[in-house]
Each structure stands twice: as C-alpha cells, then as structure tokens.
Design a protein around this ligand. Structure first.
Ligand SMILES: *Cc1c(COP(=O)(O)O)cnc(C)c1O
Length: 367
C-alpha cells in the first residue's frame, strides 16, 4: 500500500470509530421503552403487556432497526465518511434512518411509494432527508438499488433486518421485555405477539426465546390474506398476498427475506376493520393513541387469550405498540378517509368490546 493510501485508510478507520462512538452515545442517552400492563374484565388470570415502542426518539420500533442497520453497515466497512445513504421505506424506517443520518452527518434518501402518508414524508424531510416518490410500489427496491450502484450505501432494511440485530442480547427488544417481566406474576409469557414487516422483530424475538430455552410461543399478527399468512402455512417463500391492506408496516405483498418461518409458532389473521377498531380500544385503555399495526397486535392478543381461557390457562401475553396514532390522522383515524376506502370499524369495535367483556371470541360479523 502506498503511503497516501495508508493515510487515507487510517482516516477512514478513525471516521468509523467516531461514527460508532456517536451511535453509542445516542444509545446511552436513550431510555428503555416502557412495558405497559393491562387487564381485561373477561380474562381473569391473564395479564397483557404492551411494549411502548412509540416512545423511541423517532416514534417507532424502527428506531432499533435503524440503529442496527447503521452499526452493521459501519462494522462491515460498507459505510464511509461522506457517503450518501439510501433505503426503500414506506415511512417509519425512513424517519428513523433520516434521524441517524443527521446524527452521523450523512445525506439520506428514502425511496417510497407515492401513496405514503403525507405526514411521514414531512417527518423525513424535517430531519433533513430527501424523499423520492415512486408511483409503482413494486419498484422501490429497484430505485434503491440504482442509488447503490451510483455509490450510495444501501441500508437495505428488507435484506438485512433479520441479521443486523444482535439476537443474543445487547438489550435487543426480546431481552428488554423479558428483563422487564422478571418480577411479574408470569415472567415467562405464554405468547409474544408481533406483526411482520421486514421480519426483523420476529426474528430477534424468536431466536432469543430459543436461545434462553423458554417455552414462550411467538405469534405473528398479520392483516388477513397477507403474503406471510399464505407463506407460513404453505412454507412457500414465493407466496404473495391475496388481499391488500391499509395497515402500514406489516402485511407485505410478498414474503421478505427476513421472515423466518421456523421460529414463528402461530399466525393470526386480523381484518383491517378490526385493527382500526382496536386502535380505539388501545386509546381507551392506555389513554394514548397508537397506530394500525398496534391495533392488529391487540386483536391477535385477544384471540389468543380466548383460546387460553377456553383451556382454563393462566399466564401472560406480551405484544408491541409499534408507532403513534398521530401518524394516521389523515388516514386510519379520519372517518371520511375510512368511508372513501369502504372501511367501517363499528361492527368490529362492538365485537372486540364483547370479547373483552366476556372472554369469549366474538368474530366481527357476529355482533
Ligand atoms: C416495521 C413495522 C412493523 C413490523 O416490524 P418488523 O420488524 O419490520 O417486522 C410493525 N409496525 C410498524 C408501524 C412498523 O413500522
């Protein structure tokens, strides 16, 4: 190596060390997210816990993913000083990635479908990120790859979510939950329930449960007819969705590489109307608003709880609050928008209330 190349390489390593230092400082400034406890009248002996991932500085569980993706890119020598950063994201990931790009002094571009909620676009831009809107949602990966070919670092949430997080520990979401449950009546949950977008969260939780030798089962809460529902049942990675969904962050149209069939024990389907109805139930019980996928999680938790009750089982069920409800003011929380999209959450809301009161499962069409 020439002297000047050696000097450049040493400068590069210094920058990586500084960037890692900044990420460490950010982690040290951030608190752990709360594990909120709920009980429902119809389910005596079953404790519900919700990990409030909306409490992260960038408002969603993607804060963890974005931190992991930057660490992974830096430690793999894929991200260098001054290099622009790109990813394909429908919103929450882009917000968190833009935030970390600003922290590291890097330019960030989010490639997103043109139909993304305007509020999320504004959030990315407010953090100094650039949004490139693509009409055909199926082409976002292609656009991100084109940026990478031109020299950008592709954070690649869908390709790397499953491997970027330290699944054995480092206070990943699973280690944090189980630590917070240590003093509770049922410290080893019967179920942990989460939706699947990149598959990163379910991969981390599923692996950690096995690593710790726990009997806790992992349930994926998914919009009815999503690719993961079909793919998991048939073990077919080529599966596609049979129904679109309005719930952002989950219910992918295709099986992403980060979704690991083997560590998911059950998949519960939730209709969009029920997910939206469940957002209101969460607000009523927690006094705060959360997004659509948090509603999907609650609906799936209640279905699992009715099965536990039928068998007279006691125990705890843990799930996640993924992002804040305010992000959906112009969509899922707007009655006009719901009407325009042919969605009426009222029957599902009545069914959920009946389930909560009785402990028996009331399908939305039954009430
Ligand atoms: C990404 C996301 C999920 C799913 O999490 P993954 O780890 O990507 O599978 C759920 N809800 C929201 C709001 C999300 O942004």
């Amino acid at each position: 190596m020439s002297d000047s190349a050696a000097v450049a390489a040493a400068g590069e390593r210094r920058w990586i060390a500084q960037a890692l230092g900044r990420l460490r400082q950010e982690a040290a400034r951030s608190a752990d997210t709360h594990l909120l406890k709920l009980g429902f009248a119809g389910f005596p002996g079953i404790d519900f816990y919700f990990k409030d991932e909306a409490a992260h500085p960038t408002g969603s569980l993607k804060h963890r993913l974005a931190r992991s993706l930057y660490l992974y890119a830096l430690c793999n020598g894929r991200l260098r000083a001054g290099q622009p950063v790109v990813d394909a994201s429908s919103g929450s990931t882009a917000i968190s990635e833009a935030w970390f790009a600003r922290l590291l002094g890097l330019e960030f571009t989010a490639v997103m479908p043109a139909c993304t909620a305007p509020r999320k676009i504004a959030d990315v831009e407010a953090l100094g990120g650039r949004c490139e809107l693509v009409q055909d949602p199926a082409r976002v990966h292609e656009r991100a790859a084109a940026h990478a070919a031109a020299g950008a670092c592709h954070l690649d949430q869908f390709g790397l979510a499953e491997r970027a997080t330290d699944w054995r520990g480092n206070n990943n979401i699973a280690e944090s939950i189980l630590g917070q449950l240590a003093g509770e009546p049922h410290p080893e949950p019967a179920w942990i329930v989460c939706g699947v977008g990149t598959g990163g969260t379910s991969a981390t939780i599923g692996r950690y449960l096995r690593y710790r030798g726990l009997g806790t089962r992992l349930c994926a809460a998914e919009p009815t007819g999503s690719a993961y529902v079909h793919g998991w049942r048939s073990r077919d990675r080529g599966a596609v969705c049979s129904r679109p969904t309005v719930i952002e962050g989950i219910g992918r149209p295709r099986v992403e590489p980060g979704f690991l069939f083997e560590i998911v024990d059950e998949v519960v389907e939730v209709d969009d109307a029920a997910s939206i109805a469940a957002m209101a139930v969460l607000e009523q019980h927690l006094g705060r608003r959360y997004g659509g996928s948090s509603g999907t999680n609650l609906a799936a938790c209640l279905e699992l709880a009715t099965r536990m009750r039928e068998r007279d089982e006691r125990g705890s069920i843990v799930s996640l609050l993924c992002d804040p409800g305010e992000r959906y003011d112009g969509t899922l929380s707007d009655p006009d928008w719901l009407r325009r999209n042919g969605l009426d959450p009222a029957p599902a809301a009545a069914a959920l209330r009946a389930t909560i009161a009785s402990g028996r499962w009331h399908p939305p069409e039954s009430v």
